[in-house]
Design a protein around this ligand. Structure first.
Ligand code: 5GP
Length: 196
């Protein structure tokens, strides 16, 4: 049986559906620690509210909040984007809203990956209506898209830039699977071709 090794950069063979490991558990840990240290420095005079976007960002949120040496609050949100898929004119449907009011708070949206940036652009606009003192984005991964993004989204905190391939693991899924892999990897082509 496949046994994940979450202790460091040395890993057992990855899941049989994975073609290539992009980030090992050890590398993930280093990336998240570095982000946590930056947030600790930048927010030393305040008590930020970390907003985890479910479900993909949950492992990142869990590691990130433990690497921040400040008093923080946490909350969770679940959204789905609809409307025109290529413009910002659509909106986000809030499936689960925050429990916490964010007026005058310093909000950090915690996301797994920014690809087109559309979801986050819309969500940020929605949350801005609630008059927080500030809103920033912390994303674990940033897709290195060739063309300029259609939306102007610049996460203040981005852990790692990956090339434009579909990755899974560390919260990221394919059809709800692979979220629990302790590393980030590229799926074998036959896995998604068989599912067409
Ligand atoms: P965006 O609105 O930035 O285009 O899309 C962001 C969302 O698309 C992410 O929250 C994630 O759910 C999904 N996504 C984008 N790229 C990938 C990827 O490489 N792998 C997985 N598993 N999901 C992705």
């Amino acid at each position: 049986m496949y046994k994940p090794d979450t202790k460091g950069t040395k890993m057992q063979p990855p899941h049989p559906d994975i073609a290539e490991v992009v980030l090992t558990p050890g590398q993930i840990e280093e990336i998240v620690q570095a982000l946590g240290a930056r947030i600790t420095q930048d927010y030393e005079d305040t008590q930020p509210l970390l907003v985890c976007i479910l479900k993909g960002a949950s492992p990142f949120m869990s590691d990130l909040m433990r690497s921040i040496a400040l008093d923080i609050d946490i909350d969770f949100m679940s959204v789905s984007s609809y409307g025109n898929a290529t413009t910002t004119s659509g909106t986000v449907k809030i499936l689960k809203d925050l429990d916490t009011p964010i007026k005058d708070r310093d909000v950090i949206i915690v996301e797994d990956i920014v690809d087109s940036g559309l979801t986050l652009a819309r969500l940020t606009a929605e949350l801005a209506k609630r008059e927080p003192r500030s809103i920033e984005i912390a994303t674990f991964l940033l897709k290195d898209v060739q063309a300029p993004r259609k939306v102007d989204i610049k996460p203040r905190y981005a852990g790692f830039t990956i090339d434009n391939r579909f990755v899974v693991g560390f919260g990221l899924d394919y059809a709800e699977k692979y979220r629990n892999l302790p590393y980030v990897g590229v799926l074998k082509r036959e896995v998604y071709e068989n599912n067409k």
